[in-house]
Design a protein around this ligand. Structure first.
Ligand code: ZN
Length: 106
């Protein structure tokens, strides 16, 4: 499962940064294609037995960067979001990371 690898790298990055200190909360941002339920399950199995075992996990949605075809306005949103300036169609110019660590606390 794709989410498993993403969750594992997030867990190991935070575990390394916290140097074994128990981590209380983690906020992750997931791109639109990531299944949050699968990623949460993957997180729990990756975190089991580490200092992130009892972490409270919360999720945000990572936005893509789009540019409008009609007026060239750049905006953050999901793949099919219309331009907030003129309502036209936008093209994704920079996709969000699939899974990014926003913040964590010990
Ligand atoms: Zn526009």
């Amino acid at each position: 499962m794709h989410e498993a690898g993403l969750a594992r790298s997030a867990v190991s990055a935070i575990a390394e940064a916290s140097e074994g200190t128990p981590v209380r909360t983690v906020v992750l941002a997931a791109a639109a294609g990531v299944d949050i339920a699968s990623a949460t399950a993957a997180w729990q199995s990756a975190a089991a037995g580490t200092c992130l075992e009892n972490t409270h996990l919360s999720w945000q949605h990572a936005a893509d960067r789009l540019r409008c075809f009609t007026c060239a306005h750049e905006y953050d949103g999901a793949r099919l979001d219309p331009c907030p300036s003129c309502g036209g169609n936008g093209l994704v110019v920079a996709a969000a990371d699939e899974l990014a660590v926003v913040s964590w606390t010990t």
